[in-house]
Design a protein around this ligand. Structure first.
Ligand code: NI
Length: 128
């Protein structure tokens, strides 16, 4: 797996082209790194798993589709152009009723499944 240090510091990211370059669901791809954080893109559809992250706040920005962020006390719906930060320690379950394209911004090394014991975990790699 590549690390942020391997990559050029100045590289434009075309979101449409990047989303067109992969098709896996719930498998975030790193497209940029800064200050110990990663910008990741993911295609999601259907339900993910309940989890939380003890040490990381997670930003979700919807580019296409619709993301329903289930929280223990309700649901926050994100439409294209809307973003949400889920603070560390807060249990959440992302659900996408249709194919949805999201941008994530979170510390490098953040695990997609957080504290959940599940086979949905994937280690994000750079999108080439
Ligand atoms: Ni999460």
């Amino acid at each position: 797996m590549s690390t942020a240090g391997d990559r050029p510091r100045l590289r434009k990211v075309d979101l449409a082209a990047a989303f067109g370059a992969f098709d896996e669901r719930w498998s975030p791809k790193i497209v940029a790194a800064l200050n110990g954080q990663h910008v990741k893109l993911a295609k999601v559809e259907g339900d993910f798993v309940w989890h939380s992250h003890a040490d990381e706040d997670e930003l979700f920005f919807v580019v296409h589709g619709r993301l329903e962020m289930h929280l223990r006390d309700g649901v926050i719906v994100l439409e294209p152009g809307e973003l949400l930060v889920v603070p560390r320690g807060v249990e959440h379950k992302p659900v996408a009723p249709v194919e949805t394209h999201i941008l994530l911004f979170e510390p490098a090394g953040t695990v997609n499944t957080g504290d959940a014991d599940t086979d949905r975990r994937v280690d994000a790699d750079w999108l080439d």
